[in-house]
Design a protein around this ligand. Structure first.
Ligand code: GLV
Ligand code: MN
Ligand code: MN
Length: 418
Protein backbone atom coordinates (compact mmCIF):
# COMPACT_ATOMS: atom_id res chain seq x y z
CA UNK A 1 0.00 0.00 0.00
CA UNK A 2 2.86 2.32 0.87
CA UNK A 3 4.61 1.51 -2.42
CA UNK A 4 1.38 2.18 -4.32
CA UNK A 5 1.17 5.67 -2.78
CA UNK A 6 4.86 6.36 -3.44
CA UNK A 7 4.48 5.32 -7.06
CA UNK A 8 1.30 7.38 -7.45
CA UNK A 9 3.11 10.44 -6.09
CA UNK A 10 5.86 9.95 -8.68
CA UNK A 11 3.37 10.00 -11.58
CA UNK A 12 4.04 13.40 -13.11
CA UNK A 13 0.83 14.95 -14.40
CA UNK A 14 2.64 17.69 -16.33
CA UNK A 15 5.18 15.38 -17.97
CA UNK A 16 2.40 13.08 -19.13
CA UNK A 17 0.26 15.95 -20.44
CA UNK A 18 3.20 17.60 -22.23
CA UNK A 19 4.01 14.31 -23.93
CA UNK A 20 0.42 13.87 -25.08
CA UNK A 21 0.40 17.42 -26.45
CA UNK A 22 3.75 16.89 -28.23
CA UNK A 23 2.35 13.74 -29.84
CA UNK A 24 -0.88 15.55 -30.79
CA UNK A 25 1.17 17.92 -32.97
CA UNK A 26 2.09 14.99 -35.20
CA UNK A 27 -0.73 14.63 -37.70
CA UNK A 28 -2.62 17.57 -36.15
CA UNK A 29 -5.86 18.59 -37.89
CA UNK A 30 -8.08 21.65 -37.29
CA UNK A 31 -10.07 21.79 -34.06
CA UNK A 32 -7.38 20.13 -31.89
CA UNK A 33 -7.78 16.81 -33.70
CA UNK A 34 -5.32 14.24 -34.95
CA UNK A 35 -5.08 12.20 -38.15
CA UNK A 36 -2.34 9.67 -37.48
CA UNK A 37 -3.45 6.49 -39.18
CA UNK A 38 -1.65 3.19 -38.88
CA UNK A 39 1.71 2.67 -40.59
CA UNK A 40 1.86 6.20 -42.04
CA UNK A 41 4.73 8.67 -41.76
CA UNK A 42 3.04 10.52 -38.83
CA UNK A 43 2.62 7.18 -37.03
CA UNK A 44 6.37 6.53 -37.43
CA UNK A 45 7.25 10.05 -36.30
CA UNK A 46 5.12 9.69 -33.16
CA UNK A 47 6.70 6.33 -32.37
CA UNK A 48 10.18 7.90 -32.60
CA UNK A 49 9.20 10.39 -29.89
CA UNK A 50 7.97 7.59 -27.65
CA UNK A 51 11.10 5.51 -28.34
CA UNK A 52 13.31 8.46 -27.32
CA UNK A 53 11.42 9.01 -24.04
CA UNK A 54 11.45 5.29 -23.27
CA UNK A 55 15.19 5.02 -23.78
CA UNK A 56 15.78 8.07 -21.58
CA UNK A 57 13.81 6.23 -18.87
CA UNK A 58 16.01 3.16 -19.23
CA UNK A 59 13.53 0.95 -21.09
CA UNK A 60 14.59 -1.50 -23.80
CA UNK A 61 12.77 -0.93 -27.07
CA UNK A 62 11.90 -3.61 -29.63
CA UNK A 63 9.46 -4.28 -32.46
CA UNK A 64 7.76 -7.46 -33.68
CA UNK A 65 6.64 -8.74 -37.10
CA UNK A 66 3.29 -6.91 -36.83
CA UNK A 67 5.13 -3.66 -35.96
CA UNK A 68 3.80 -3.75 -32.42
CA UNK A 69 6.23 -1.54 -30.48
CA UNK A 70 7.53 -2.83 -27.11
CA UNK A 71 9.12 -0.93 -24.20
CA UNK A 72 10.49 -3.10 -21.39
CA UNK A 73 11.65 -2.24 -17.89
CA UNK A 74 13.42 -5.08 -16.10
CA UNK A 75 12.04 -6.29 -12.79
CA UNK A 76 13.73 -7.90 -9.80
CA UNK A 77 13.35 -11.26 -11.51
CA UNK A 78 14.05 -10.77 -15.22
CA UNK A 79 13.01 -14.30 -16.20
CA UNK A 80 9.51 -13.92 -14.74
CA UNK A 81 6.53 -13.43 -17.04
CA UNK A 82 6.07 -9.65 -17.41
CA UNK A 83 3.07 -7.56 -16.51
CA UNK A 84 1.89 -5.83 -19.66
CA UNK A 85 0.13 -2.55 -20.36
CA UNK A 86 -0.36 -0.41 -23.45
CA UNK A 87 -2.86 0.55 -26.14
CA UNK A 88 -2.53 1.98 -29.66
CA UNK A 89 -1.00 5.07 -31.26
CA UNK A 90 -2.98 5.17 -34.51
CA UNK A 91 -6.01 7.44 -34.73
CA UNK A 92 -9.22 7.80 -36.68
CA UNK A 93 -9.00 10.04 -39.81
CA UNK A 94 -10.72 12.76 -37.76
CA UNK A 95 -9.66 11.59 -34.35
CA UNK A 96 -8.85 13.21 -31.04
CA UNK A 97 -5.71 13.59 -28.95
CA UNK A 98 -6.35 10.83 -26.42
CA UNK A 99 -7.95 7.70 -27.94
CA UNK A 100 -5.31 4.99 -27.70
CA UNK A 101 -2.26 7.17 -27.29
CA UNK A 102 -3.23 7.84 -23.66
CA UNK A 103 -2.76 4.16 -22.79
CA UNK A 104 0.73 4.09 -24.31
CA UNK A 105 1.84 7.36 -22.69
CA UNK A 106 0.33 6.25 -19.37
CA UNK A 107 2.34 3.01 -19.54
CA UNK A 108 5.48 5.00 -20.26
CA UNK A 109 4.66 7.32 -17.37
CA UNK A 110 4.46 4.28 -15.07
CA UNK A 111 7.97 3.27 -16.25
CA UNK A 112 9.21 6.81 -15.53
CA UNK A 113 7.48 6.92 -12.12
CA UNK A 114 9.00 3.56 -11.14
CA UNK A 115 12.42 4.84 -12.05
CA UNK A 116 11.98 8.21 -10.35
CA UNK A 117 10.74 6.59 -7.14
CA UNK A 118 13.39 3.85 -7.14
CA UNK A 119 10.75 1.11 -6.98
CA UNK A 120 11.77 -2.12 -8.73
CA UNK A 121 8.73 -4.26 -9.59
CA UNK A 122 9.01 -8.00 -8.97
CA UNK A 123 8.17 -8.88 -12.57
CA UNK A 124 9.37 -6.99 -15.63
CA UNK A 125 6.97 -4.32 -16.93
CA UNK A 126 6.28 -4.12 -20.64
CA UNK A 127 4.41 -1.38 -22.49
CA UNK A 128 3.11 -2.13 -25.97
CA UNK A 129 1.75 0.08 -28.75
CA UNK A 130 -0.43 -2.27 -30.83
CA UNK A 131 -0.50 -1.74 -34.60
CA UNK A 132 -3.67 -0.61 -36.36
CA UNK A 133 -6.25 -0.79 -33.60
CA UNK A 134 -8.59 1.66 -35.30
CA UNK A 135 -9.02 -0.19 -38.57
CA UNK A 136 -9.75 3.05 -40.41
CA UNK A 137 -6.87 2.78 -42.89
CA UNK A 138 -6.83 -1.03 -43.09
CA UNK A 139 -10.01 -2.82 -41.93
CA UNK A 140 -10.49 -4.50 -39.55
CA UNK A 141 -9.00 -2.96 -36.43
CA UNK A 142 -6.85 -4.70 -33.81
CA UNK A 143 -4.61 -6.33 -36.42
CA UNK A 144 -1.49 -6.07 -34.26
CA UNK A 145 -3.08 -7.60 -31.18
CA UNK A 146 -4.87 -10.28 -33.23
CA UNK A 147 -1.59 -11.37 -34.85
CA UNK A 148 0.24 -11.30 -31.50
CA UNK A 149 -2.48 -13.25 -29.66
CA UNK A 150 -2.71 -15.81 -32.46
CA UNK A 151 -6.38 -15.03 -33.13
CA UNK A 152 -5.52 -14.66 -36.81
CA UNK A 153 -2.22 -15.11 -38.63
CA UNK A 154 -0.57 -11.88 -39.79
CA UNK A 155 -0.61 -13.19 -43.37
CA UNK A 156 -4.43 -13.00 -43.36
CA UNK A 157 -4.16 -9.21 -43.57
CA UNK A 158 -1.53 -9.00 -46.32
CA UNK A 159 -3.82 -8.15 -49.24
CA UNK A 160 -6.16 -5.77 -47.44
CA UNK A 161 -5.77 -2.44 -49.19
CA UNK A 162 -6.27 1.14 -48.00
CA UNK A 163 -8.27 3.75 -49.94
CA UNK A 164 -5.23 4.42 -52.18
CA UNK A 165 -4.80 0.74 -52.98
CA UNK A 166 -1.71 0.26 -50.76
CA UNK A 167 -1.61 -3.32 -49.44
CA UNK A 168 -1.23 -3.86 -45.70
CA UNK A 169 1.78 -6.13 -46.31
CA UNK A 170 3.53 -3.37 -48.28
CA UNK A 171 2.76 -0.66 -45.71
CA UNK A 172 4.03 -2.99 -42.99
CA UNK A 173 7.26 -3.73 -44.91
CA UNK A 174 7.88 0.00 -45.46
CA UNK A 175 7.29 0.62 -41.79
CA UNK A 176 9.52 -2.19 -40.55
CA UNK A 177 12.28 -1.05 -42.90
CA UNK A 178 12.16 2.37 -41.21
CA UNK A 179 12.53 0.67 -37.81
CA UNK A 180 15.27 -1.75 -38.81
CA UNK A 181 17.53 -0.17 -36.18
CA UNK A 182 15.25 -1.52 -33.42
CA UNK A 183 15.85 -4.98 -31.96
CA UNK A 184 13.33 -7.48 -33.27
CA UNK A 185 11.24 -9.75 -31.08
CA UNK A 186 8.98 -12.64 -32.06
CA UNK A 187 5.20 -12.34 -32.13
CA UNK A 188 3.41 -13.88 -29.15
CA UNK A 189 4.04 -14.20 -25.46
CA UNK A 190 2.47 -15.15 -22.16
CA UNK A 191 2.33 -12.07 -19.94
CA UNK A 192 1.30 -12.54 -16.33
CA UNK A 193 -1.45 -9.91 -16.71
CA UNK A 194 -2.53 -7.12 -19.07
CA UNK A 195 -4.11 -3.81 -18.03
CA UNK A 196 -5.04 -1.21 -20.66
CA UNK A 197 -5.81 2.40 -19.72
CA UNK A 198 -8.09 4.28 -22.12
CA UNK A 199 -10.44 7.23 -22.25
CA UNK A 200 -14.06 6.19 -21.73
CA UNK A 201 -15.30 7.56 -25.09
CA UNK A 202 -18.79 7.86 -23.61
CA UNK A 203 -20.57 10.22 -21.19
CA UNK A 204 -21.08 8.11 -18.07
CA UNK A 205 -18.09 8.80 -15.81
CA UNK A 206 -18.34 12.57 -16.18
CA UNK A 207 -22.13 12.62 -15.83
CA UNK A 208 -22.07 10.47 -12.68
CA UNK A 209 -19.01 12.13 -11.11
CA UNK A 210 -16.56 9.21 -11.18
CA UNK A 211 -12.79 9.45 -11.66
CA UNK A 212 -12.25 5.88 -12.81
CA UNK A 213 -14.19 3.26 -14.73
CA UNK A 214 -13.27 -0.30 -13.84
CA UNK A 215 -14.03 -2.00 -17.13
CA UNK A 216 -15.63 -5.35 -16.46
CA UNK A 217 -16.04 -6.41 -20.09
CA UNK A 218 -16.46 -5.41 -23.73
CA UNK A 219 -19.53 -5.82 -25.86
CA UNK A 220 -19.21 -7.96 -28.99
CA UNK A 221 -18.49 -6.42 -32.41
CA UNK A 222 -18.87 -7.65 -35.96
CA UNK A 223 -17.71 -5.79 -39.08
CA UNK A 224 -18.92 -6.48 -42.61
CA UNK A 225 -18.36 -4.97 -46.03
CA UNK A 226 -21.20 -5.08 -48.57
CA UNK A 227 -20.37 -4.74 -52.26
CA UNK A 228 -23.29 -4.13 -54.64
CA UNK A 229 -22.52 -4.48 -58.32
CA UNK A 230 -24.98 -3.14 -60.89
CA UNK A 231 -24.12 -1.39 -64.14
CA UNK A 232 -23.02 2.17 -64.74
CA UNK A 233 -25.14 3.90 -67.38
CA UNK A 234 -26.01 7.32 -68.83
CA UNK A 235 -28.23 9.31 -66.44
CA UNK A 236 -30.06 11.11 -69.26
CA UNK A 237 -30.76 8.29 -71.66
CA UNK A 238 -31.20 5.08 -69.65
CA UNK A 239 -34.83 4.37 -68.71
CA UNK A 240 -35.25 3.51 -65.03
CA UNK A 241 -36.74 0.15 -66.03
CA UNK A 242 -33.47 -0.80 -67.76
CA UNK A 243 -31.13 0.29 -64.96
CA UNK A 244 -29.21 -1.80 -62.45
CA UNK A 245 -28.50 1.11 -60.15
CA UNK A 246 -26.16 0.05 -57.33
CA UNK A 247 -26.88 3.14 -55.22
CA UNK A 248 -30.65 2.67 -55.32
CA UNK A 249 -30.00 -0.96 -54.37
CA UNK A 250 -27.84 0.21 -51.47
CA UNK A 251 -30.65 2.48 -50.26
CA UNK A 252 -33.04 -0.51 -50.27
CA UNK A 253 -30.46 -2.68 -48.51
CA UNK A 254 -29.81 -0.08 -45.81
CA UNK A 255 -33.54 0.35 -45.23
CA UNK A 256 -33.84 -3.43 -44.83
CA UNK A 257 -30.91 -3.45 -42.40
CA UNK A 258 -32.46 -0.65 -40.35
CA UNK A 259 -35.54 -2.85 -39.91
CA UNK A 260 -33.42 -5.91 -39.07
CA UNK A 261 -31.43 -3.97 -36.47
CA UNK A 262 -34.40 -2.30 -34.82
CA UNK A 263 -33.95 -2.52 -31.04
CA UNK A 264 -36.55 -0.86 -28.80
CA UNK A 265 -34.19 -1.39 -25.83
CA UNK A 266 -31.55 0.74 -27.64
CA UNK A 267 -28.71 -1.61 -26.69
CA UNK A 268 -27.80 -2.73 -30.18
CA UNK A 269 -25.35 -0.50 -32.08
CA UNK A 270 -25.61 -0.51 -35.85
CA UNK A 271 -23.53 1.88 -37.98
CA UNK A 272 -22.89 2.37 -41.67
CA UNK A 273 -19.86 4.65 -41.46
CA UNK A 274 -18.51 4.49 -45.00
CA UNK A 275 -20.24 4.32 -48.38
CA UNK A 276 -18.29 4.58 -51.63
CA UNK A 277 -20.11 5.07 -54.92
CA UNK A 278 -18.51 4.32 -58.30
CA UNK A 279 -18.05 5.98 -60.66
CA UNK A 280 -19.28 8.78 -58.35
CA UNK A 281 -20.42 11.13 -61.10
CA UNK A 282 -23.69 13.07 -61.02
CA UNK A 283 -24.68 12.09 -64.57
CA UNK A 284 -23.80 8.39 -64.35
CA UNK A 285 -25.96 5.68 -62.78
CA UNK A 286 -23.94 4.10 -59.96
CA UNK A 287 -22.29 0.89 -61.13
CA UNK A 288 -20.87 -0.21 -57.81
CA UNK A 289 -21.40 0.68 -54.15
CA UNK A 290 -19.42 -0.56 -51.23
CA UNK A 291 -20.50 0.12 -47.66
CA UNK A 292 -19.36 -0.94 -44.23
CA UNK A 293 -21.48 -2.35 -41.42
CA UNK A 294 -20.44 -2.10 -37.76
CA UNK A 295 -22.68 -4.13 -35.45
CA UNK A 296 -22.29 -4.39 -31.67
CA UNK A 297 -24.20 -5.94 -28.79
CA UNK A 298 -23.32 -7.13 -25.29
CA UNK A 299 -25.36 -10.34 -25.77
CA UNK A 300 -23.50 -12.87 -27.90
CA UNK A 301 -26.69 -14.65 -29.02
CA UNK A 302 -28.27 -11.43 -30.32
CA UNK A 303 -25.01 -10.41 -32.00
CA UNK A 304 -24.81 -13.80 -33.70
CA UNK A 305 -28.44 -13.86 -34.83
CA UNK A 306 -28.55 -10.32 -36.23
CA UNK A 307 -25.09 -10.56 -37.78
CA UNK A 308 -25.85 -13.88 -39.45
CA UNK A 309 -29.00 -12.41 -41.02
CA UNK A 310 -27.20 -9.49 -42.71
CA UNK A 311 -26.06 -11.19 -45.93
CA UNK A 312 -29.52 -12.50 -46.85
CA UNK A 313 -31.24 -9.21 -45.97
CA UNK A 314 -28.84 -7.24 -48.19
CA UNK A 315 -29.07 -9.71 -51.10
CA UNK A 316 -32.86 -9.78 -51.04
CA UNK A 317 -33.26 -6.01 -50.86
CA UNK A 318 -30.58 -5.28 -53.47
CA UNK A 319 -31.90 -7.69 -56.13
CA UNK A 320 -31.63 -7.59 -59.10
CA UNK A 321 -28.34 -5.87 -58.28
CA UNK A 322 -25.85 -8.50 -57.10
CA UNK A 323 -24.64 -8.23 -53.50
CA UNK A 324 -21.68 -9.79 -51.74
CA UNK A 325 -21.32 -9.39 -47.97
CA UNK A 326 -17.94 -10.23 -46.42
CA UNK A 327 -17.29 -10.45 -42.69
CA UNK A 328 -14.08 -8.66 -41.64
CA UNK A 329 -14.10 -8.92 -37.86
CA UNK A 330 -15.95 -10.90 -35.22
CA UNK A 331 -15.07 -10.29 -31.58
CA UNK A 332 -17.57 -11.90 -29.20
CA UNK A 333 -18.55 -10.19 -25.93
CA UNK A 334 -15.93 -10.63 -23.27
CA UNK A 335 -15.82 -10.54 -19.45
CA UNK A 336 -12.50 -9.41 -17.96
CA UNK A 337 -10.54 -11.30 -15.29
CA UNK A 338 -11.83 -11.05 -11.72
CA UNK A 339 -8.33 -11.00 -10.19
CA UNK A 340 -7.14 -8.13 -12.39
CA UNK A 341 -10.39 -6.24 -11.77
CA UNK A 342 -9.81 -6.67 -8.05
CA UNK A 343 -6.31 -5.16 -8.36
CA UNK A 344 -7.74 -2.13 -10.20
CA UNK A 345 -10.52 -1.56 -7.65
CA UNK A 346 -8.06 -1.90 -4.75
CA UNK A 347 -5.69 0.60 -6.39
CA UNK A 348 -8.52 3.11 -6.83
CA UNK A 349 -9.54 2.62 -3.19
CA UNK A 350 -6.00 3.13 -1.88
CA UNK A 351 -5.76 6.34 -3.91
CA UNK A 352 -9.16 7.57 -2.66
CA UNK A 353 -10.62 7.83 -6.13
CA UNK A 354 -14.29 7.50 -7.00
CA UNK A 355 -14.73 4.46 -9.24
CA UNK A 356 -17.51 2.44 -10.77
CA UNK A 357 -17.71 -0.85 -12.64
CA UNK A 358 -18.78 -0.40 -16.24
CA UNK A 359 -18.76 -2.22 -19.60
CA UNK A 360 -17.00 -0.91 -22.71
CA UNK A 361 -19.02 -0.08 -25.81
CA UNK A 362 -15.86 0.35 -27.88
CA UNK A 363 -13.62 -2.57 -28.76
CA UNK A 364 -10.01 -2.54 -27.62
CA UNK A 365 -6.85 -4.59 -28.02
CA UNK A 366 -7.52 -5.93 -24.51
CA UNK A 367 -10.35 -7.96 -26.06
CA UNK A 368 -7.73 -9.97 -27.98
CA UNK A 369 -5.04 -10.06 -25.28
CA UNK A 370 -7.62 -11.52 -22.87
CA UNK A 371 -7.36 -14.85 -24.73
CA UNK A 372 -3.69 -15.09 -23.70
CA UNK A 373 -3.41 -13.34 -20.32
CA UNK A 374 -5.71 -12.31 -17.45
CA UNK A 375 -6.77 -8.83 -18.56
CA UNK A 376 -8.86 -5.80 -17.69
CA UNK A 377 -9.11 -2.08 -18.47
CA UNK A 378 -9.23 1.30 -16.73
CA UNK A 379 -11.30 4.18 -18.13
CA UNK A 380 -10.94 7.90 -17.41
CA UNK A 381 -13.74 10.39 -18.18
CA UNK A 382 -14.33 11.83 -21.64
CA UNK A 383 -15.71 15.39 -21.61
CA UNK A 384 -19.29 15.30 -22.91
CA UNK A 385 -18.68 11.69 -23.93
CA UNK A 386 -17.14 12.85 -27.22
CA UNK A 387 -14.70 10.55 -29.04
CA UNK A 388 -13.61 9.72 -32.60
CA UNK A 389 -13.83 13.48 -32.99
CA UNK A 390 -11.23 16.30 -32.72
CA UNK A 391 -13.10 17.65 -29.66
CA UNK A 392 -12.20 14.58 -27.56
CA UNK A 393 -11.02 15.91 -24.17
CA UNK A 394 -9.91 14.71 -20.75
CA UNK A 395 -8.13 16.95 -18.22
CA UNK A 396 -4.48 16.45 -17.26
CA UNK A 397 -5.47 15.58 -13.71
CA UNK A 398 -8.09 13.03 -14.80
CA UNK A 399 -5.49 11.39 -17.04
CA UNK A 400 -2.95 11.37 -14.20
CA UNK A 401 -5.49 9.74 -11.86
CA UNK A 402 -5.96 6.93 -14.36
CA UNK A 403 -2.20 6.48 -14.67
CA UNK A 404 -1.84 6.33 -10.87
CA UNK A 405 -4.42 3.55 -10.71
CA UNK A 406 -2.72 1.81 -13.63
CA UNK A 407 0.70 1.99 -11.94
CA UNK A 408 -0.59 0.72 -8.59
CA UNK A 409 -2.54 -2.13 -10.17
CA UNK A 410 0.44 -3.15 -12.33
CA UNK A 411 2.71 -3.05 -9.29
CA UNK A 412 0.32 -5.33 -7.40
CA UNK A 413 0.21 -7.80 -10.30
CA UNK A 414 4.02 -7.66 -10.60
CA UNK A 415 4.52 -8.80 -7.01
CA UNK A 416 6.32 -12.16 -6.61
CA UNK A 417 5.30 -14.84 -5.87
CA UNK A 418 1.86 -14.21 -7.35
C1 GLV B 1 -12.57 1.32 -31.55
O1 GLV B 1 -12.03 2.32 -31.98
C2 GLV B 1 -13.94 1.06 -31.77
O2 GLV B 1 -14.44 1.40 -32.86
O3 GLV B 1 -14.61 0.54 -30.86
MN1 MN C 1 -8.90 3.31 -28.79
MN1 MN D 1 -10.80 4.52 -31.49
Amino acid sequence: MEQARTLAAAVDETRQWDRLMALAKIGAIPGDGVNRQALTAPDREARRLVIGWAREAGAEVSVDDAANLWLRLEGAEPGAAPVLTGSHMDSQPQGGRFDGIYGVVAGLEVICALRDSGIVPGRPLEVVAWTNEEGSRFAPGCMGSMAWAGTRPLGDFADIADAEGVRFADALATHLAAEVDLPHRPLGGRPHAYIEAHIEQGPRLEAEGFDIGVVTGIQGSRWFTATLTGASAHAGTTPVSRRRDALQAAVRAINALNLLMDDPADRLRFTIGSLVVEPGSSNSVAGRVRFTIDLRHPDGAILAARGDAIAAAVAEAAAPVAAIVEERFNAPPLAFDDGVLHSIRSAANVLDLRWTDMPSGAFHDAQLVAAVAPSAMIFVPSHNGISHNPAEFTTASQLAAGTRVLGSALLARARLPN
